[in-house]
Design a protein around this ligand. Structure first.
Ligand code: ADP
Length: 655
């Protein structure tokens, strides 16, 4: 409608509302993005902090174990490691000599002791004699006698056991099986500590012979089981022999329980062999593990625990309190991790449900220099709490942003609406000024023209003179009506318009209006039909104002009649109302305009209207006047078929 003004409006709106909104959105999104970044950083920091706590806790536990194991080892007599640690978490404790890790069974002194015992003079002579008779002379009986004599000479259980072993062998050769079996059964009860120089208990040789003979399965199985469950170290030779023996029992026996027990023992031994193999592998790999730091001293300042093996051990080397030798301590990682996870002490500091990794994958947190290659994956619970918190924050920011945006846009919408209304009003006002000027000009020109003609005294014709004068009067009345409209409107706008309500006859008011319009109507060839119901009671009304309203309707009927020259003015009673109706058969009004024509300054934007003078005030005033009398104005119209304007005034209230 107003292209230039509109463009400016749009531009202004963009600048004042859309641009700040966009800035707000961009800033909001940035804040949200930064918040997300910050949350990520916070989570990383939290993980690092926890990993540090885990590292310290782990280190405390391991150092405590190492201290205890080292002092236990040093406290043992000599360099021998006679028994495994009481702590099941400890896998291996051993001396390091030079670059070589000594496995516990390598430091056993039993072998040397055994050799020493067998070489004692009278005992050794008898044994040698027996062996000569047995192997060179093939005289098993004599050999048995010599071995018996040696047994009698024995002053140590190891000597006795050894001689009995040989005696049972010679007796077997002689076919004296019952005697041999009795000796073997006795040998079977010998304690584990009585071993040969390989560290194999003498009892196991007897067990083997009994199995060879296919007897005493139950006793042998029980002895093997006992051996497999001993707490101390199983030297590799013994472990493999035990495994062979256990494997032979199951196929030889038909007894279900015995077979099951033998199989269980076999599994147990297999497990111990796996353990031995890992210890041997560690011995092999020890130099390449670089557990001993430069300077030859194992890290006092920075304890070093390296993960090793399939069943992960945490391995560390510590200096023995006195002397320059080192001691290796290997701890079963799973046991320590488990104890870390389950201790009530750590639950306050450490997250529950952490997992340790020894892979090189970039998963989890590194545990630092103390644990090269060890990583910890921390509980998801902690992270999800952080994530939840940051999600909540983001949701809050988004909601706040949305709220600010909607409030701004809402306000902007109202501003936009108000501004548009103001602009339209300003537009209408300027239209009004030009319309009023135009309307003032027409009657003024006519008045002046006729007045000048009369002044010049040229017109002698009495009839013409009278007509001129009548025109001057009519035009000045038109001027008065127009000015009244404008003045009344101004009063209404200022809230100063007052109506003087006095008892009046509506019939008189309607007739007066018709009379006032008589001349202009007649001049333009209009036929005005007036129908007045005289039976209406007098009402309290401002007669002048009401007449003005009716005159406005009649003037409109004239202006918008087009080719038609018929107008009806009626006053009647209807359902307790006085109804004043003005009907024309002119141009009519489009339905969508019928609401708006009552607005001040509004003129229907039809091409014909452009040619018809008007200020857009007539109907607005008529409506205001009707409302002041408790009534209202309505219109019925169709384009091209004319219009009927109705003023309805309530009779009851008025009387
Ligand atoms: P105006 O000075 O323009 O006549 P009004 O307030 O009296 O102002 O009327 C408002 C508008 O209503 C007019 O411009 C015209 O378009 C429409 N209107 C009023 N009366 C009639 C009528 N009898 N027939 C057709 N249109 C009319």
């Amino acid at each position: 409608m107003y292209p230039r003004g509109h463009k400016r409006q749009v531009l202004l709106f963009l600048i004042t509302v859309i641009v700040p909104c966009l800035v707000l959105v961009v800033l909001g999104l940035r804040i949200i993005g930064q918040e997300r970044e910050l949350a990520g950083k916070r989570a990383t920091e939290e993980r690092r902090r926890l990993a540090n706590a885990v590292r310290q806790e782990l280190l405390t536990v391991l150092e405590r174990i190492r201290l205890r194991e080292v002092s236990a080892l040093v406290g043992q007599s000599g360099a021998a490691v006679s028994a495994a640690s009481a702590d099941p978490a400890v896998a291996l404790v051993g001396w390091v000599q030079g670059d070589r890790l000594m496995l516990p069974w390598e430091t056993l002194r039993a072998a040397a002791e055994f050799r020493q015992l067998l070489s004692e003079a009278p005992f050794a002579q008898k044994i040698q004699q027996g062996e000569r008779e047995e192997f060179t002379g093939n005289q098993c009986g004599k050999a048995a006698a010599s071995y018996s004599a040696a047994m009698a000479l024995a002053r140590h259980p190891a000597q006795g056991g050894y001689a009995r072993l040989l005696l049972a062998r010679a007796l077997t050769k002689c076919g004296r099986r019952d005697e041999a079996r009795a000796h073997d059964l006795k040998l079977l009860t010998l304690p584990s500590q009585l071993t040969d120089e390989q560290g194999v208990p003498l009892a196991l040789y007897a067990a083997k012979r009994l199995l060879d003979a296919g007897v005493e399965h139950a006793a042998v199985a029980a002895r093997i089981q006992e051996e497999a469950e001993t707490k101390g170290w199983l030297p590799p030779a013994e472990a493999h022999m035990l495994s062979g023996l256990a494997g032979r029992i199951a196929p030889q026996t038909s007894e279900g329980a015995l077979r099951e027990a033998a199989e269980a023992t076999q599994r147990k031994i297999a497990e111990r062999i796996r353990f031995l193999e890992q210890a041997l592998a560690l011995q092999n790999d020890f130099p390449s593990l670089k557990l001993v730091r430069a300077g030859g001293q194992a890290g006092e300042a920075q304890p070093l625990w390296a993960p090793y093996g399939k069943e992960t051990w945490l391995v560390s080397v510590a200096p023995a309190p006195a002397g320059r030798s080192l001691i290796l301590v290997a701890v079963r990682a799973d046991d320590v991790f488990h104890s870390l996870n389950s201790t009530g002490l750590s639950s306050a500091v450490l997250p529950a449900g952490m997992r340790f990794l020894t892979t090189t994958e970039a998963q989890g947190e590194s545990l630092g220099e103390n644990f090269p290659g060890l990583r910890v994956v921390l509980a998801v619970r902690e992270e999800s709490a952080l994530a939840r918190q940051s999600k909540l924050q983001r949701a809050f920011y988004s909601a706040a942003l949305l709220l600010v945006l909607s409030v701004t846009l809402f306000g902007a919408y109202f501003l936009w609406r108000d501004v548009r209304r103001e602009l339209r009003l300003a537009e209408l006002r300027s239209q009004f000024v030009s319309s009023v000027t135009h309307e003032l000009k027409t009657p003024l020109t006519a008045i002046r023209m006729f007045a000048e003609t009369l002044q010049m005294g040229r017109t002698v014709d009495q009839r013409l003179q009278a007509e001129y004068l009548q025109t001057i009067v009519n035009e000045s009345e038109r001027l008065t009506r127009l000015l009244n409209n404008v003045l009344d409107f101004a009063k209404i706008e200022q809230g100063k318009k007052a109506y003087r309500l006095e008892p009046a006859s509506l019939a008189d008011v309607v007739r007066a209006a018709a009379r006032a319009m008589n001349y202009p109507l007649a001049q333009q060839g209009f036929a005005l039909r007036v129908q007045v119901d005289d039976g209406l009671p007098p009402v309290r009304a401002d007669a002048d104002a009401l007449q003005q309203a009716i005159l406005n309707l009649l003037t409109n009927a004239m202006k918008y009649s087009g080719q038609s020259r018929e107008i009806d003015l009626r006053l009647r009673r209807e359902n307790g109302y006085a109804v004043i109706e003005v009907t024309d058969r002119g141009v009519g009004i489009a339905p969508e305009e019928q609401e708006r024509i009552f607005e001040k300054f509004y003129r229907a934007p039809t091409p014909e209207n452009g040619l018809i003078p008007g200020a857009g005030l007539g109907l607005a005033l008529a409506e205001h006047i009707a409302a002041a009398h408790g009534g209202r104005v309505a219109v019925r119209s169709a384009p091209g078929q004319g219009s009927t304007f109705t003023i309805r005034l309530p009779l009851e209230r008025q009387s």
